[in-house]
Write a protein that binds this ligand. Sequence first.
Ligand code: ZN
Length: 250
Amino acid sequence: MNFYVVSDKWTPNVWPENEISTYLKDYDRDINDPLFPNFDDHHEPFCPVCHHCLRTYPLPPLRREIHLAKPYFGDIIVGGTGLYFSEHAMNLYKDAGLTGIEAFRKIEILKVVTHNGVRKGKLPPCPSYYWCDLVVDGAKMDYKKSKAVFCPPVSPLCGFCMIPLNHDAGTIDKYTGVYLEESTWNKNNIFLPLGIWSKVMADQVFKNWYDENNLTGIELRPSSSVNENYGFYENEVEEYGQEGLRYDLD
Ligand SMILES: [Zn+2]
């Protein structure tokens, strides 16, 4: 099975074509203000083994602003683990019987911000958007196949969710391709994988649906082509004069 990483689309400068972020002015509020943009980090689903929270949950009200660096409103917009569908995309998704989105929660768009000379007066009306609660499918990243390297100190991992049991452990530093252990995949069409944060993944059925409906806003990158090298590993070597540790699951 081919898998894809759901990615935002970038213009040649610093802006993605479409981005939805928390309404900036809400950050100026007191943390006890009900409008302060809090996320609940102790919300279900939890890992059945180590009880770690597997998905952060944004608390309502879901007040957002949208940034456009190209003159269109995308049908699907992603940023980190935040995934948003327009009403059009949501209806097509439901009609197609795809799986992986447990709930659609309507957001309020309080502000449209444009970049790269995009003229607000020429934009179509802003569609309604929905935050997607994505399933944690159970699919695990295959660290060996992905050639994952972690910053020291390296900790044993939870056998189910792969979160380090020592919370002071180093984070994943680099990998070559986001490969999954296919036997752990529960066949959701779009999902959050275990073993890597901030990635939304999709299968070939989702990719075909996206292409056939001429949807816009995201790029579905073949997961084998997605690499990361944060460079912490090199810094550790420089700082401590020791080699970083490669995870060996044997
Ligand atoms: Zn766990």
